[in-house]
Design a protein around this ligand. Structure first.
Ligand SMILES: Cc1cc2nc3c(=O)[nH]c(=O)nc-3n(C[C@H](O)[C@H](O)[C@H](O)COP(=O)(O)O)c2cc1C
Length: 125
């Protein structure tokens, strides 16, 4: 793929989210991402901050990543204070097999997260 890029952001949950809430979000996200060639990882850390923290890594063709982020993610009601912590070109996908992998902590997704940890160094002590 010519223009492969990644975007990583962090955000705060706006309300307590149940497993069913998360399941519905993931279902909708995976269905859409699959149609536009976006892959990635969503971490939801329930115990960080008042209602939980999201860290999401999106990867794919640059325009596709930008569109998913701007049109689908920024306006979603379940989170707020969205802050992009890394954005740039990548040589290969870390989550090629996942239209959106899900993890409850950085430790629960160890294999592919070396680059993620490097790029988001300040998020995890
Ligand atoms: C943390 C988070 C991550 C999301 N990731 C994606 C995604 O990767 N792809 C996508 O198409 N939509 C994504 N969405 C949007 C959801 O699929 C869905 O459209 C949204 O949560 C709908 O919520 P609302 O109608 O209550 O605002 C995400 C939403 C949130 C809150």
């Amino acid at each position: 793929m010519a223009d492969l890029r990644s975007l990583i952001y962090v955000s705060e949950a706006t309300r307590p989210l149940s497993e069913a809430d998360l399941g519905a979000m993931l279902y909708a996200s995976r269905a859409h991402n699959a149609t536009v060639g976006v892959t990635g990882l969503l971490i939801f850390e329930r115990s960080v901050g008042p209602k939980g923290r999201f860290v999401q890594c999106l990867e794919g063709e640059g325009d596709s990543v930008a569109r998913v982020f701007a049109r689908r993610i920024v306006g979603a009601s379940q989170h707020t204070t969205i802050e992009v912590v890394w954005e740039g070109p990548i040589e290969r996908r870390d989550f090629a097999d996942w239209s959106m992998k899900y993890a409850r902590s950085i430790d629960a997704a160890p294999a592919e997260t070396t680059d993620l940890l490097r790029r988001t160094g300040r998020l995890w002590p």
